[in-house]
Design a protein around this ligand. Structure first.
Ligand code: NAD
Ligand code: AHE
Ligand code: ZN
Ligand code: ZN
Length: 370
């Protein structure tokens, strides 16, 4: 079949919207009509050329929701008409990682996924001249139709709006999951969140759900304060307005350091600040942000010797096929909020405007509706 897609032709170039060829699903695969997709900063990270795993040409996008159009041979858990959210962290339920409750990092198809291919080592997308186009994070939601392995699809209820629940495919689950699954924040905790974008705001609402007493938000953009407070932030800090040392200021503000800190910026300098603003003796700092190729974190080992720990999380530690349908239920019952964070709706033709809004700090989530 043919479908419309925004193709990343080369690193650093705007996406090009065009007709592409899409082969049907093979064994264990599912053809999905994508109804809506969010633009996550990780898409921009790969488009820009910062991603060491970036491959071009590719169809980016990993925050989508849609409908099953066709199932390949041997697919048993999904049928035509099901509503689904593609998962960049699949859940095969049988690999060593899936069987271990300590991780969500299913490794069943990670090597082909990282190479921009489906599990059989080939791609279903090509240009009209026959040039192969790579998949991205196993999802490629910047295409109106995509082929995804069965183990990388969460089946969700049919009454949930695609233009909101697409965000559960990454940002919502990552932010809330970092609090609930990874940090396991206790009631009464003090926390600091660095970066109040599409991920950080969801960390804030996760902290509110978990019953944190103090929720400090840190962002260079004062425009993020209002939305931060809406999602549970109790204190706002703009580092450019702090006199003197930022770590000392945050330690003072949190009465000796935070029980939990979260980096949602991808800046390795911020990651160090986040670690050092965690409380001596027990503070935990969770890295969510994705840093460019070649970037490294550093601190004095003494920071860890004296009881702080440095941890990380992918997709908020969520086991997608199990947890994502529950998060959709949380949204539908009003337990969590999504709507105010969808600040812009775009047509596929205008997808590059979404990246411009992200850079300008004007959007939280821009969503493309097909
Ligand atoms: P975003 O662009 O919406 O938000 C980033 C925020 O950080 C902005 O508000 C920006 O003003 C702020 N910021 C930038 N530099 C800062 C600094 N020095 N100090 C304080 N604030 C600063 O991006 P997003 O979609 O929220 O993604 C955030 C990060 O999380 C990215 O690195 C993204 O790749 C990563 N991410 C990781 C996962 C995961 O599973 N680990 C999932 C999704 C996104
Ligand atoms: N390809 C990058 C790493 C990118 C990365 O860390 N991705 C996160 C999800 S970000 C979603 O917005 C992730 O899931 N990581 C685990 C994994 O297996 O990729 C690089 O640096 O090479
Ligand atoms: Zn993402
Ligand atoms: Zn697995």
């Amino acid at each position: 079949m043919r479908t419309r897609a925004a193709v990343a032709m080369a690193a650093g170039q705007p996406l090009e919207v065009m007709e592409v060829n899409l082969e049907g699903p093979r064994a264990g695969e599912v053809l999905v009509e994508i109804k809506a997709t969010g633009l996550c900063h990780t898409d921009e990270f790969t488009r820009s050329g910062d991603d060491p795993e970036g491959i071009f040409p590719a169809i980016l996008g990993h925050e989508g929701a849609g409908v099953v159009i066709e199932v390949g041979e041997g697919v048993t858990t999904l049928e035509v008409g099901d509503h689904v959210i593609p998962l960049y962290t699949p859940e095969c339920r049988e690999c060593e990682y899936c069987l271990n409750p300590k991780t969500n990092l299913c490794q069943k198809i990670r090597s082909t996924q990282g190479a921009g291919l489906l599990p059989d080592g080939s791609t279903r997308f090509s240009m009209l001249d026959g040039t192969p186009i790579h998949h991205y994070m196993g999802c490629s939601t910047f295409a109106n139709h995509t082929v995804v392995p069965e183990i990388a699809l969460a089946k969700v209820r049919k009454d949930a709006p695609f233009d909101k629940i697409c965000y559960i495919g990454c940002g919502v689950t990552t932010g809330i999951g970092a609090v609930i699954n990874t940090a396991k924040v206790e009631i009464g905790s003090r926390a600091i969140v660095f970066g109040l974008g599409g991920i950080g705001l969801n960390v804030l609402q996760g902290l509110r759900l978990a019953g944190a007493d103090q929720i400090v938000g840190v962002d260079m953009n004062d425009g993020k304060e209002e939305m931060g407070r809406h999602f549970g932030m109790t204190d706002f800090v703009n580092p450019s307005k702090v006199d003197g040392d930022l770590v000392a200021h945050l330690v003072e503000l949190t009465g000796g350091g935070a029980d939990y800190t979260f980096d949602a910026t991808g800046n390795v300098g911020v990651m160090r600040t986040a670690l050092e603003a965690a409380h001596k003796g027990w503070g935990e700092s969770i890295i969510i942000g994705v840093a460019p190729a070649g970037a490294e974190i550093s601190t004095r080992p003494f920071q860890l010797v004296t009881g702080r720990s440095w941890r990380g999380t992918a997709f908020g530690g969520a086991k997608g096929r199990t947890d994502v349908p529950k998060i959709v239920d949380w949204y539908m019952s009003g337990k969590i909020e999504i709507d105010p964070m969808i600040t812009h709706k775009l047509k596929l033709e205008d997808i590059n405007e979404g990246f411009e809004l992200m850079h300008a700090g004007k959007s939280i989530r821009a969503v493309v509706e097909y």
